[in-house]
Design a protein. Structure first.
Length: 159
């Protein structure tokens, strides 16, 4: 009985030393099992900014489609009612620029356009749109195409 506490202590000590964080007692090699590549960005949301006192607000989303195309989805949540033409332009909002991609007009405050190419026929992918030097303009109407009611920098200009 005198040895019982010593035996119990040895047993507990050997159990404590036998435990490890990995099943095989080896420290994992970080190079042998690298983290998988991160999932590609599937959607980017840009907040539209009101222009010319319009009070317009909303979002423009760039969405990667499974079939290799992209979609630009615009939703106006405030601002004037009606049909509002929209377009992706070259350069930043501050610089201005020519139309690069004509978008479907915002009808009932919504526009959805599938994108595969620029207006000049040059193919453009989702990843290329993510770095595109451009901005989106939403216009008052077809009769007032110079009157921008909302806009936002996209691609490389958004960051």
């Amino acid at each position: 009985m005198k040895n019982a506490p010593k035996i119990l202590l040895l047993l507990l000590l050997s159990l404590a030393l036998a435990c490890s964080k990995s099943d095989d007692g080896k420290t994992p090699d970080p190079d042998s099992n690298p983290d998988p590549e991160p999932d590609p960005v599937e959607r980017v949301t840009y907040n539209l900014v009101a222009a010319n006192g319009s009070g317009a607000a909303g979002t423009a989303e760039l969405i990667r489609n499974d079939n290799g195309t992209s979609t630009i989805y615009i939703e106006l949540t405030a601002g004037p009612e009606g049909l509002h033409p929209a377009a992706v332009h070259y350069n930043s909002v501050a610089e201005g620029g020519a139309v690069a991609i004509t978008l479907n007009a915002c009808e009932c405050q919504i526009s959805e356009t599938v994108i595969t190419q620029l207006d000049n026929g040059t193919a453009i992918s989702f990843d290329e749109l993510m770095t595109f030097d451009g901005h989106i303009n939403i216009y008052q109407s077809e009769q007032l195409p110079e009157n921008v009611i909302a806009q936002v920098d996209i691609g490389s200009n958004a960051f």
